[in-house]
Ligand binder design. Structure first.
Ligand code: PMP
Length: 404
């Protein structure tokens, strides 16, 4: 019996012009394809409704400002934030993490303090902390993984000390798909008085996320992995933390009053949004959120879980394949084939119209831990089906025969 028998296929592929029949797009963890409602929102945004926000006295600009702020409220309701004032629009997850590193850690941490990360973090949740740690004289500790590729929270519990002021962890690993128990990680961090930032890049499109229930202090994600545009992302931060943070960049829109003697700043979130924002990106993000919410995150999660199970089962039948990560990974499967470089796997699969990612996935410390220079990675989205899994398995059987 097909593993998908109990799961109703989402059947939304017709919404995605970038995915022609017979093309297995399995690189959603890098970036998701865009459904028509998002493309339409972008076209309308730059088309008949285009104007700047927050400044114009004319109707068109006032309307655009309303739409821009409505998107902020939509983001807040989507992730369960208490107030839309806690939603800062950024260029993406990378900018959100850098903002917290510079404006929170950069002002709160001092020499001798410690930051706790995990072995599976994306470079964007490592390097910004290294930069600030070097500047203030703080140290970084790294939580190891369990044998099946989860952040080991039992070890984290042993490691945490009062010197830890900040913990930053991925909600879902972009390589292994392992899902963090954010509530437990948060309770552990708060137990020693540390704040906790969650990198939700791979989670928001795959799981229902409610930051109030999760209890964390900061949560970041990128729009383009949520079926929205590139160049737009979100930082959610607790109101009192954002209030206490200095601005990230100076410029228009983030001020209260400017004189050459002294400038005062706007309250959050405007304080952190210097310059003309990515207006149409925000509109596209709003449409993307409506789109995924319309399908339902529970349905998306069930769909991707079934595809991962089917892929792991099919790949597991090929002798030369090694699978990484836990059985219950969210939408992502990383693997290797003995004696074949992942780039060769990707190139041969491309000939079969199967698009996967091959490389270090911006997680070089994790590659070192796995003992490989790179992995091949298949990642699923709302538009994938059992046919894509079958195409992947057929393609890998061919790779295995070629290098046999
Ligand atoms: N964190 C994770 C877990 C990711 O998968 C990514 C994107 N691959 C990022 C952070 C960075 O996102 P962006 O490049 O969109 O800022």
């Amino acid at each position: 019996m097909s593993i998908l028998a109990d799961t109703r296929p989402l059947d939304v592929i017709a919404d995605f012009p970038a995915i022609p029949a017979g093309y297995a797009y399995l690189d959603t963890a890098a970036t998701a394809q865009k459904p028509r409602p998002v493309l339409d929102a972008i076209a309308r945004g730059y088309g008949e409704t285009y104007a700047t926000v927050h400044r114009g006295v004319y109707q068109r600009s006032a309307d655009m400002t309303l739409a821009y702020e409505a998107a902020r409220r939509r983001v807040a309701s989507f992730i369960g934030a208490g107030s839309s004032d806690e939603i800062v629009f950024t260029r993406g997850a990378t900018e959100g993490i850098n903002l917290v590193a510079q404006c929170w850690a950069g002002t709160q941490l001092k020499a001798g303090d410690r930051i706790l990360l995990s072995m599976l973090e994306h470079h964007s949740n490592i390097v910004p902390w290294q930069m600030v740690a070097e500047r203030v004289g703080a140290a970084i500790d790294v939580v190891p993984l369990t044998t099946d590729g989860r952040i080991d929270l039992d070890v984290m519990e042993q490691m945490l000390r009062p010197e830890h002021k900040l913990v930053a962890l991925a909600h879902v690993s972009n390589v292994l798909g392992s899902v963090l128990d954010v509530q437990r990680a948060t309770a552990l961090a708060h137990g020693v008085g540390a704040k906790i930032l969650i990198d939700g890049c791979q989670a928001v499109a795959r799981l229902p996320v409610d930051v109030t229930k999760l209890g964390c202090d900061f949560y970041v994600f990128s729009g383009h992995k949520l079926y929205g545009p590139t160049g737009i992302g979100v930082l959610w931060g607790r109101g009192e933390l954002l209030e206490a943070m200095p601005p990230y960049q100076g410029g228009g829109s983030m001020i209260d009053r400017v004189t050459f003697e002294r400038t005062t700043y706007a309250p959050p979130p405007g304080r952190f949004e210097a310059g003309t924002p990515h207006i149409v990106g925000v509109l596209g993000l709003h449409a993307a959120i409506d789109y995924v919410a319309g399908i339902g995150l529970d349905a998306i999660h069930a769909h991707e879980t079934a595809l991962v199970a089917a892929a792991r089962e099919g790949l597991g039948r090929i002798n030369s394949v090694t699978l990484f990560g836990p059985e219950d990974s969210a939408g992502i499967v990383s693997f290797a084939i003995e004696g074949v470089h992942p780039h060769d796997i990707g190139t041969i699969l491309d000939e079969e119209r199967v698009a996967i990612r091959a490389g270090h996935h911006c997680a070089q410390p994790l590659m070192d831990r796995l003992g490989v220079p790179a992995t091949a990675r298949a990642s699923f989205g709302v538009y994938n089906s059992q046919a894509d899994v079958d195409a992947l398995v057929r393609g890998l059987e061919r790779v295995s025969r070629i290098f046999g």
